[in-house]
Ligand binder design. Structure first.
Ligand code: MRU
Length: 349
């Protein structure tokens, strides 16, 4: 990812041995700090803490993590198991690990690194294709241009080897002079929208407005949203979409108000082995993420327990279209996804 010199993740080879350098997303937007990771346990900790996060870049982290273990002479198979289990929902993580391990088994450490680098390039290219396809689709669905787009969580350069997925489509619309406003849902509890997407939008000079998640309903009711653009952590074989918690309510609102609801994700996020939405493992996170705004800033009584699923699942009938690097799928369902996956089998390995 090359954007203002910052990268969500990069491989480096200082004299003491190879490392992974992560842009610490927990510190944004206050500080642009990098975290240097020298081994897989450190990377797993960073993944769980959301130092690096978002489905496509988790795939890259998995692949580079395997390459790191191999280059430093650790047990690669054990490292792979640790990495693949670091977070359960984004299918890309296990996919990245699998690809790098397969390369390692046939060609050693150099092959694992080459595979991670290949995935990095593929992800950037996939992003460009999704931007193109997404902008074309907006042109068809929203006559007149001048789009007011609502997005959730963060799906930009911070989650990608390129410019991202859903956010990248909005950015492309901006560059085409067609973005009237990007509505950025704050994305409680960890504020990936307010902290990260707003940071990216500001850097790109895009017209954006942050809103509390609970304000989305009145925004739709006021007729201020032309389309919703979100990413995905896993798309089951039936087309159910797991994405950041709060996505499903937006899909319901979009349907109620007759607004297109578009999911933008690489084919690697489609998981033919997960039959339906109920089979998607949804990560449950600690209560304190809800009961504290930041460490120590408490907003609930001491001892309060919180319901804190990191993701929710949107059923396929609420998805207007899925935009991938291999084309647009609409309607989204078992047959159309099977056709998509068989058509791009080369990319899935
Ligand atoms: O918990 P996070 O921040 O990793 O969740 C990320 C999301 O839900 C993103 O929307 C998703 O990974 C798509 S990124 C293109």
């Amino acid at each position: 990812m090359a954007d203002h010199g910052l990268a969500a993740l990069r491989w480096a080879e200082p004299p003491d041995g190879p490392v992974l350098v992560l842009l610490d997303q927990t510190r944004l937007p206050d500080a642009e700090e990098e975290l240097v990771v020298t081994d897989v346990p450190g990377l797993v900790e960073a993944v769980r803490a959301l130092v690096v996060r978002g489905a496509p870049v988790l795939g890259l982290a998995g692949a580079y993590g395997v390459a790191l273990a191999a280059a430093r002479g650790f047990d690669v198979e054990e490292a792979a198991l640790l990495l693949a289990d670091a977070r359960p929902t984004a299918v890309n993580l296990a996919y990245g690990v699998r690809r790098a391990v397969a390369a390692y088994r046939s060609g050693g450490a150099a092959a694992a690194l080459a595979e991670a680098r290949a995935m990095h390039r593929e992800d950037a290219l996939a992003g460009e294709r999704m931007e193109e396809a997404g902008l074309g689709l907006l042109g068809e669905l929203v006559p007149g241009g001048g789009y007011r787009l609502l997005t959730h969580c963060n799906t930009g350069m911070l989650v990608s080897g390129g410019r991202g997925t859903a956010f990248a489509v909005a950015r492309r619309a901006h560059e085409a002079g067609e973005l009237r406003r990007l509505w950025v849902g704050e994305t409680r509890p960890l504020l990936q929208g307010a902290r990260l997407t707003a940071w990216e939008a500001a850097r790109a000079g895009m017209p954006y407005t942050v809103l509390a998640d609970a304000a989305a309903g009145s925004l739709f009711a006021a007729g201020e949203v032309d389309a919703v653009l979100v990413g995905a952590d896993r798309i089951a074989a039936d087309g159910s979409v797991a994405n950041k918690v709060g996505t499903y309510p937006l899909a319901v609102l979009a349907r109620h108000h007759g607004v297109p609801f578009l999911v933008v994700a690489p084919v690697a996020s489609v998981d033919p082995e997960t039959p339906d939405g109920a089979a998607i493992p949804v990560e449950q996170r600690a209560s304190h993420e809800v009961t504290e705004l930041r460490p120590g800033v408490v907003v609930a009584p001491v001892g309060a327990q919180a319901y804190n699923p990191a993701f929710d699942v949107t059923p396929p009938e609420l998805v207007t279209a899925l935009v991938t690097e291999a084309g647009v799928v609409s309607p989204v369902g078992r047959d159309s996804l099977a056709a998509l996956c068989s058509g791009s089998r080369g990319a899935k390995s």
